[in-house]
Design a binder for this molecule. Structure first.
Ligand code: PEP
Ligand code: MN
Length: 358
């Protein structure tokens, strides 16, 4: 074959490419029209019977040189792309996603913004044990300029024989301390029926890792007008985490803080494995503020400082850590809580790294 003949064939192939392109897009437009008509009739768009008929007709007409399986594969892709064209991409996107809302959501806790570009801290004991215990941490936190105090009143413990928390009594202690020290408080709620009660006592409702897929609890938290801090499940993918947040936002509450708290892996050096890359991924994919709980993700006091540094460096909106006046006698998570002196050191080391409001 001469060079000129080869060139002519190539030109012919180029022309056919453009014809195919034109036809594929023409088909796309027809399918879009079909989609609109189906929507008007309220009919579900994917129709396997119709797809099978089309495929059969195509295969019966195929006289090569492509094999049936090749033709089937190519047309299957065209059908799939057409179906996607019928589905409006915008409407499919989650409400928590940046596709749906490009700007950052700022969560306002007691007048304090979270997610406005600044970085902040949540500290406090694992569990509320007594007024004196919570007040001691509140005093230390306040001295360090921290605005949000944590403390568990309802504790989701691995064993039913472990300390389960003081319940409502614990919430009352938190509220008293919050009022006295001018702090906002966050506490975990484990039962949908307790959400209403919590409104009177806490500024942020925490939903714990073990309840990340407690859908009734998520819906109940979504139905109230109170900020929610949602922790990532022990073995939850980021997609599952975002869908859990979607349960809350879909009920009308967009005041959600996501919290990475480590996931289960085969690594035993730490209590959980801190998935630090979850922070920039969640920041990219969603418009919600993201916190990192360094205590439960590591379970090790010696890692609280380096992991908190990492969280701040990677762009978290804040860090959560557990602080107890006398960790040795704590009723839960004794080994991993900082005492006041350790907390002071920790926060002083971190302060120069904290980003102020943009
Ligand atoms: C907590 O923060 O008190 C707690 C129980 O953490 P998690 O749900 O992440 O285990
Ligand atoms: Mn704890």
């Amino acid at each position: 074959m001469s060079h000129a003949e080869l060139e002519a064939l190539r030109e012919r192939a180029d022309e056919i490419n453009l014809q195919i392109l034109k036809l594929i897009n023409e088909r796309g437009r027809v399918v879009q029209e079909i989609g609109k008509a189906k929507e008007a009739q309220g009919v579900y768009r994917y129709d396997p019977v119709r797809e099978r008929k089309m495929l059969n007709q195509i295969l019966e007409s195929n006289d090569g040189p492509f094999e049936q399986s090749t033709i089937q594969h190519i047309f299957k892709e065209i059908f799939k792309a057409s179906l996607e064209l019928q589905e409006d991409d915008h409407s499919k996107a989650l409400l928590v996603s940046r596709k749906k809302k490009a700007e950052d959501t700022v969560v306002t806790v007691n007048g304090q913004p979270i997610g406005d570009g600044g970085q902040s801290f949540i500290v406090g004991p694992c569990a509320v044990e007594s007024y004196e215990q919570v007040a001691a941490v509140a005093e230390a936190a306040k001295k360090q300029g921290i605005k949000l105090l944590r403390g568990g009143a309802f504790k989701p413990r691995t064993s039913p024989y472990d300390f389960q928390g003081l319940g409502l009594e614990g919430l009352k202690i938190l509220k008293k301390v919050a009022d006295e020290y001018g702090l906002a408080v966050i506490s975990e709620i484990v039962n949908p029926a307790d959400i209403e009660t919590a409104l009177d006592y806490v500024d942020v409702i925490q939903i714990g890792a073990r309840n990340m897929q407690n859908f009734e609890l998520l819906k109940a938290a979504g139905a109230v007008r109170k900020p929610v801090l949602l922790k990532r499940g022990l073995a939850a993918t980021l997609q599952e985490f975002m869908n859990a947040a979607e349960y809350i936002i879909s009920q009308g509450n967009d005041q959600i803080i996501l919290c990475e708290r480590g996931i289960r892996t085969y690594e035993k050096a730490t209590r959980n494995t801190l998935d630090i890359s979850a922070v920039p991924i969640l920041k990219q994919e969603t418009h919600l503020p993201v916190f990192v709980d360094v205590t439960h993700s590591t379970g090790r006091k010696d890692l609280l400082l380096p992991t908190a540094k990492a969280a701040l460096a990677v762009g978290a909106d804040g860090v959560m850590a557990e602080v107890h006046p006398d960790p040795a006698v704590a009723l839960s998570d004794s080994a991993q809580q900082m005492n006041i002196e350790e907390f002071d050191h920790w926060i002083n080391e971190l302060r120069p790294l904290v980003k102020q409001k943009a």
